[in-house]
Design a protein around this ligand. Sequence first.
Ligand code: MEV
Length: 351
Amino acid sequence: MQSSVARAPAVVKLFGEHAVVYGKTCVAAAIDMFATAEVSRTNVPAFTVALVDLNKKVEIDVDKLSELYRAYKRKNSFVSYLEENNQIEKELLPCLTIAAKLAVDFGADLRYTDVMVKSDINTQRGLASSAACYTAFTCALLKAAGVEFSDQEAIELAKEGEKITHRNEGAGRIDVSTSYFGGVVSYDSLHGAVKEDVNADLPLLLVDTGPKKSTAEAVGRMAELYNERSTYLEDRLTKIEECSSQGLAAIREGNLEKAGELMYKNHELLRQLGASSQNLDDAVQIAKAHGLAGAKLSGGGGGGMAILLIGNSSRTSEAIDAIEAKGFWINAAAVTQEGAKTRTKSRVAVS
Ligand code: MEV
């Protein structure tokens, strides 16, 4: 096992969250906030993971990792897997499961190995902070273990962490691929994740309206609504998919005004589905009132980040003042083409 460092970006949904759960198109972008994982050799014949921001750490014997992977494979559900392994803190179980799969399926020797995960990404805000952490963790470990792997294998491995965190077999479908590839990535059930060949400058503002519901809860609420009112849901989700396809075309053409209009439309559809919150609606309304190109919630909703597309408005600074007056954190973010980057430690300066 060598030493290595990987970093992976946060992700915003430009269009199509929730609709993607029902097989429809979603468009996401990597932004310039990062999670970092650093693998070091130790003199202890065990595997250690530390989640620095959460102040959680575990040291585990590698035989236990194999046992854990067997338990993962025979689980009835993610909830039963978490319950069966409740001696491990739930925040650490996803990383340990990824490591266990790497050890068993890829034959990696994880003894004398320590991984430290840190992140600059706001958590519980719809920025895919967990996906970025699992992507960085997976890439750093794959590199350190010296195993050959394809993009798809790395993505599938990192997705195991997302499945456990969000307790859902489909979790991570768009977030992990976007964090891994960087840039703009689309996803639908027919084509899977596709890295789009667009290098558009998409100047964004992130507005933190406060904690959001967990993704599991947000997806669960939508599923209940689907069961109760499937025709209404299908109609709204189809319209969201139109926003995704037309929005992606507008981004490809560099037509930010059109892309922004479709973001407002996508937000309104999500609002009608109960995925927004008063604070998110207020942030979007302020953006609209000040002539910003577009705005919408990003992620599961019910709180978390609104993303604002700046465009040509001469009233952007007034909009920022109005948002700050509401007590919301606001910051600029840029779409980054940088996906998950892995280096051997000696060649990376880690701040
Ligand atoms: C959460 O970031 C995005 C959702 O579409 C859920 C998912 O895609 O798994 C709400």
